[in-house]
Design a binder for this molecule. Structure first.
Ligand code: FES
Length: 161
């Protein structure tokens, strides 16, 4: 009579406790990884000087050709001329950061995103923007006007050219 062959039971099915330990370990690994990534980001920010990069100077060309009451857009800034002289405005909308542009026919800056409008001197006229456009430094370097978008100045500042 043949002997009954013993069957191998194989590996035991994972217990509920084993599955929970596995999930617990995976959660800890994910948490440690997330904290590491966050610390890395903070360290990079601190080592880079602590803030977002400031926009560099913007060359606007010779100080001529702009009549009183006019403005011209130059990327992140506008060159403006009023009775007192020249000044520069930051073209970063104080609402959500879109770029307003000068509309000569309407005599105002208009933001394309949500319709805020600003007067020639940058003051807010309408729309959701909480304030007007920032005045930024404007200097003459080598006979050319240069604006400094990262350097706010008093709104009354004018440059006679
Ligand atoms: S971003 Fe200019 S009005 Fe919203």
């Amino acid at each position: 009579m043949p002997k009954a062959q013993a069957t191998s039971p194989g590996p035991p099915p994972p217990s509920r406790r084993g599955v929970l330990r596995l999930l617990y370990g995976a959660t800890w690994l994910a948490l440690v990884g997330a904290v590491g990534l966050g610390l890395g980001a903070v360290l990079r920010l601190v080592s880079s000087g602590g803030g977002p990069a400031q926009p560099g100077p913007v060359e606007l060309g010779p100080a001529q050709g702009l009549d009183v009451g006019q403005a011209s857009d130059h990327g992140p800034v506008a060159l403006v001329r009023d009775q007192g002289g020249y000044f520069a405005l930051s073209l970063v909308c104080p609402h959500l950061g879109c770029r307003p542009s000068w509309q000569q026919a309407q005599g105002r800056f208009l933001c394309p995103c949500h319709g805020s409008s600003f007067a020639l001197d940058g003051q807010r006229l309408s729309g959701p923007a909480p304030k007007g456009l920032s005045h930024v430094a404007l200097k003459i370097t080598g006979g050319k006007l240069v604006a400094y978008p990262g350097q706010p100045v008093d709104p009354a500042t004018r440059l006679e050219a």
